[in-house]
Design a binder for this molecule. Structure first.
Ligand code: CP
Ligand code: NVA
Length: 313
């Protein structure tokens, strides 16, 4: 039984295979193998979603399976039914589960209690489907037309992550970047540096000491191949909004900061974006921005992940 709860649940060789499969699924969309034929996969959401919900629903369908949309508010979970019992029951019906939730521990409990693959569709801790897609989207540019070189084309590249450097996306860059040999330079306000949980995960994976954190945005961006940011107020953090908007203001990705990166650098954002906050409208819609390619690639990369987990059962 294989799960994809964090970036290091797939080996670098498996990620290379997922990238190659995603490239095939992208170019051959509509004629891909029915890797989930006659399967039903649950898509359980405790939080809002546009991209993740739709790309997984479409992806399961395109692989020959049936997506079963589950809103946590409509389930007995919201009336106190135990997570473990829910996972055990759903395992009797479903072939796999995609879950977006608050505490990462809920995902781990789902995976350990049930008997089907579980995919992390975002937790407060990590967003591995987004990270994998972001790396695929970059690699399409670094090794155009050579999917077998996508993973190796990322090695030694510098990525700058600005703003909320303690959020799930930042954690995913810290962990996934270390696993794939990508240099990750984070810049954000003091008090929002990567926390102990992600540092402990790096140690457990034997990847400690592979990222840098600075309060100076220019230092992080200088020489970067890609500049990334995410919202300053993640889902669940709304009560901290005023403090966050004030503290993170110096980290807005604008044209001035982008000019410090390599001239060939890309701008990326997982979306949804708040132009005028974490990124200027000019950069978000500018020539260096590849945010809509990222959004599209969620479909292709997640299909490859699902097919891989289904075949690894
Ligand atoms: N990037 C992302 O996960 O978007 P959604 O919240 O719309 O799913
Ligand atoms: N950090 C953001 C990502 C949204 C896709 C959040 O958790 O809200």
């Amino acid at each position: 039984m294989r799960h994809f709860l964090k970036e290091t649940d797939l080996t670098p060789a498996e990620i290379a295979g997922v990238f190659a499969a995603a490239a095939r699924m992208k170019s051959g969309r509509g004629s891909e193998a029915a890797a989930l034929a006659r399967q039903s996969w649950g898509l359980l959401f405790f939080k809002k979603s546009t991209r993740t919900r739709v790309s997984f629903q479409v992806g399961v369908h395109e692989l020959g399976g049936q997506p079963v949309m589950l809103n946590a508010d409509d389930m007995q979970l919201s009336r106190g039914e135990a997570v473990g019992d829910t996972a055990r029951v759903l395992s009797r019906y479903l072939h796999g589960m995609v879950v977006r939730c608050h505490e990462h521990a809920l995902l781990e409990e789902f995976a350990s209690s049930g008997s089907m693959p579980v995919v992390n569709a975002l937790s407060d801790f990590l967003h591995p489907c987004q990270f994998l897609t972001d790396m695929f989207t970059l690699a399409e540019r670094f090794a155009p037309g050579r999917p077998e070189q996508y993973a190796s084309s990322l090695k030694g590249r510098k990525v700058a992550f600005l703003g909320d450097t303690s959020c799930n996306m930042a954690n995913s860059f810290v962990l996934g970047g270390a696993a794939l040999g990508v240099e990750v330079a984070l810049a954000g306000p003091a008090g929002h540096e990567p926390g102990e949980a992600i540092r402990a995960q790096l140690r457990r994976d034997g990847l400690a000491g592979t990222f840098s954190f600075s309060t100076d945005p220019a230092a992080a961006v200088r020489g970067a191949d890609m500049v990334y940011t995410d919202v300053w107020v993640s889902m669940g953090m709304e009560s901290e909004k005023a403090e966050r908007l004030r503290a993170m203001r110096p980290y807005q990705v604008d044209a001035g900061l982008m000019s410090l990166a390599k001239p060939s650098a890309y701008f990326m954002h997982c979306l949804p974006a708040h132009p005028g906050e974490e990124v200027s409208a000019e950069v978000l819609s500018g020539a260096q921005s590849i945010v809509f390619d990222q959004a599209e690639n969620r479909l292709h990369v997640q299909k490859a992940v699902l097919a891989h987990l289904a075949s690894a059962r």
